[in-house]
Design a protein around this ligand. Structure first.
Ligand code: GLA
Length: 495
């Protein structure tokens, strides 16, 4: 690792020479190179001001957009995300003890510190430091299983600069988990294969309480500039799909925040629990109907290979297996021939071991299952359409996904519905919510040439029109609608 002053020199010199850092900026950011350099310089200067002119590394992890595959990942079904040019960049320096000290360039994130130990207790729910702790705890657990003594790990000082809007569905939290894990590994000179690390971190992030899947960590680590990924989880596999030349995605924020650590967490976890209950009932039904074990543990296990049935037949059976419109703990337990407590323990616990309360409107098992099963098939079709460069068909599948996310999975909100309909009226090929839902951004598939006009129209109709009261100030609309450039996955930028 080089002294901070040396790193600053490399950045300054990249203005006039064709260095690796200059190429990195050009490949990964749509923003003017000057602005990117200033951001990196600022980060290093703040790091130096607090921690002194030590050797340091710069490490970065990008946010992502989910083009298709809403809530499929934790069901073992595929998804198509893209890493974007909004990211978290950190400066990190090794310490001589086991302490981790984290500060942000933004004062609204207060300084935090903790010790690397076998069991790291969390900060209060919602604290930003928990994402760093999640990564470190995950790695400590991993190395602990290999009898690596926790006492020998070195801690680090970390300064964080992020420009992924929080609670927007762009996965700022996973980017922080990923960048923290890479820092821990780099500081301790440990090697890890990216795919294995993605799997580890998908589990590790559950530390903060959300029962998510593996999309966010995988795309943040393995994304590639000019590509989207099709990620399969059952088994894990990655396919890169080059972006068609005319392809452009505009992200437009609904101006409604959906922080995953607050009420949106229970809404998200409810969907995960409903899918687990649906799968348990389907597995039970298949066993009874066909008098043999199928081991359907995830919706993604409902393949032709496993069941010997075509998709249409699988759907028909699942419709019979999940015949009720809504379920209660009692009806599920009755069918599975288990106690209610056993069902709750097996499928419905939060991270703190409390039982998830039965929703007032009941568990909607068929609707949730139907969304996931059809979304899975849409993702497979969409991967083919994108490979052929067929934006019209890709867009049609995005629109279908939005309808199913709204009607079957109930992820949409009136503001998102409104943005989607304004978008289609103003010439997008498709529009859908992205990520967990319940607020945050919407994605708009465009042809490049029409993008500018489209942004101006949404500005007038949504940000200066109906949703103006939700804007923090009149001029702020610009921060809430932007084009998404693809970017490379996470890694060490300079050291
Ligand atoms: C969140 C989760 C992901 C995924 C999406 C919805 O971003 O972190 O794992 O489930 O929601 O597709």
């Amino acid at each position: 690792m080089k002294q901070i002053s040396q790193l600053l020199k490399i950045i300054t010199e990249s203005k006039s020479n064709n260095s690796t850092f200059r190429q990195f900026i050009e490949r990964n950011y749509a923003d003017a190179p000057e602005n990117v350099r200033t951001r990196y310089e600022n980060l290093l200067k703040i790091h130096r001001r607090t921690f002194g002119d030590q050797p340091a590394a710069i490490i970065r992890a990008p946010g992502r957009i989910e083009l298709l595959g809403g809530h499929t990942d934790y069901n073992g079904c595929p998804v198509i995300p893209m890493a974007i040019d909004k990211d978290i960049v950190v400066a990190a320096s090794k310490r001589t003890d086991r302490k981790i000290v984290i500060q942000s360039v933004e004062p609204r994130f207060p300084k935090r510190e903790f010790i690397i130990e076998r069991q790291i207790s969390s900060f209060p729910a919602g604290d930003w430091g928990n994402y760093v702790k999640a990564a470190v705890q995950g790695l400590v657990d991993h190395y602990g299983q290999k009898n690596h003594p926790t006492k020998t790990f070195a801690g680090f000082n970390l300064t964080v600069s992020g420009n992924i809007p929080a609670a927007a569905g762009l996965s700022s939290s996973s980017a922080l988990v990923v960048v923290s894990a890479l820092t821990f590994l780099h500081i301790n000179s440990l090697q890890f294969k990216k795919l294995a690390l993605a799997q580890l971190l998908a589990q590790a992030e559950k530390y903060v309480g959300t029962q998510g899947g593996g999309m966010d960590q995988t795309i943040s680590l393995l994304g590639r500039a000019n590509q989207v990924l099709k990620i399969e989880f059952n088994p894990y596999a990655i396919t890169e799909i080059p972006l068609p030349p005319d392809f452009q995605i505009v992200a437009a924020h609904s101006l409604v925040y959906a922080p995953k650590t607050e009420s949106a967490m229970d809404k998200y976890n409810r969907r995960a629990i409903e899918c687990r209950l649906a799968t348990a009932l389907i597995n039970h039904y298949f066993k009874r109907t066909f008098q043999r074990e199928f081991q359907i543990l995830l919706i993604g296990d409902l393949t032709e290979e496993k069941t010997g049935l075509a998709d249409k037949e699988i759907l028909g059976h699942c419709q019979t297996a999940l015949i009720e419109k809504i379920y209660t703990y009692q009806t599920v337990a009755g069918i599975l021939e288990l106690d209610i407590a056993a069902v709750q323990q097996k499928y419905c616990l939060r991270r703190d071991q409390s039982v998830f309360p039965e929703p007032a409107d009941g568990f909607k098992l068929y609707a949730r299952f139907y969304h996931i099963f059809t979304e899975w098939k849409r993702v497979l079709m969409a991967a083919g359409k994108l490979t052929e460069g067929n934006l019209i068909e890709f867009g049609r599948l995005m629109n279908e996904s939005q309808a199913s996310s709204r009607d079957n999975y109930e992820l949409s909100i009136p503001e998102i519905d409104q943005l989607v309909s304004l978008s289609r009226k103003n010439g997008s090929l498709a529009a859908r919510l992205s990520g967990a839902g319940f607020g945050g951004i919407t994605l708009h598939l465009m042809r490049k040439s029409q993008t500018q006009q489209f942004i101006e129209q949404l500005r007038d109709e949504y940000y200066r029109g109906s949703a103006q009261t939700l804007l923090p100030n009149r001029e702020a609309w610009h921060d809430f609608i932007f084009t998404c450039q693809s970017a490379d996955g996470a890694g060490v930028v300079l050291d």
